[in-house]
Write a protein that binds this ligand. Structure first.
Ligand SMILES: C[S@@+](CC[C@H](N)C(=O)[O-])C[C@H]1O[C@@H](n2cnc3c(N)ncnc32)[C@H](O)[C@@H]1O
Length: 209
């Protein structure tokens, strides 16, 4: 049987200390974490009353920022412990235990004004990122947007610079290379743009053409 390189149990173990490890932004790959989440909210232009889905919500840091804009929130994650922390922080959101690699979960509304996600897509390779983006954008209402913050580099040379800089802190995951990703998303018939936030983070806006 194939071993899952990113099992839910790893995130269950991390849930109680997660906020502490990301919010000080000191360690790779969380440089610019708060700005990345703020950039999602700004580029998504979340408005009161909008239906918003946060995929891989973790401890609900991004969901909380969206909720402050007055939207209606649904969230998914595959880690029960992360969802427990999130529920305590943001009781008014809807929570669904689901693995985003398995496609659109039953139990969610069929269309959202915005789908947002932060620091989740780097657990899947580029081809799966593109197919998940295609599926998610198909669940957007007209003029909807999919807005994704993640560990991302403008190009391979930028990633190699950071890899050298962080040395043993480097973790081998499926980090985004924005130049390749934008072309792949466009080849799949989607509109895509990238806004860099720090040396290792950036935000993608993906829409149907
Ligand atoms: C680095 S944390 C990011 C959490 C939150 N979005 C944030 O920005 O702080 C990654 C989150 O994605 C979730 N996750 C990872 N792989 C997933 C998967 N295949 N399906 C659903 N959730 C997943 C983890 O449980 C964890 O909560």
């Amino acid at each position: 049987m194939e071993v899952d390189p990113f099992p839910a149990s790893d995130f269950d173990d991390w849930a109680s200390t997660y906020d502490q490890s990301v919010l000080d932004e000191a360690s790779f790959p969380f440089w610019g974490y708060r700005q990345a989440l703020g950039t999602v909210v700004r580029l998504a232009a979340v408005q009161p009353g909008m239906a918003v889905l946060d995929v891989g919500t973790g401890t609900a840091n991004l969901a909380q920022m969206c909720a402050q804009q007055g939207c209606r929130l649904w969230t998914t994650d595959f880690s029960p412990a992360m969802l427990d922390v999130a529920r305590r922080k943001l009781p008014q959101a809807q929570y669904l235990l689901a693995d985003f690699r398995q496609g659109w979960p039953a139990g969610l509304p069929l269309a959202f004004d915005r789908i947002v996600s932060a620091y989740v897509f780097h657990h899947v390779a580029l081809a799966q990122k593109v197919s998940l983006c295609a599926e998610m954008t198909a669940h957007l209402a007209p003029q909807g947007k999919l807005v994704i913050a993640d560990v991302a580099f403008p190009h391979r040379a930028g990633m190699e610079d950071v890899r050298r800089q962080v040395g043993e802190e480097w973790e081998e995951e499926f980090y985004w290379l924005a130049d390749e990703a934008v072309i792949a998303l466009q080849q799949a018939g989607l509109q895509a743009g990238f806004t860099p936030v720090s040396a290792c983070a950036g935000v993608f806006v993906v829409e149907q053409t």
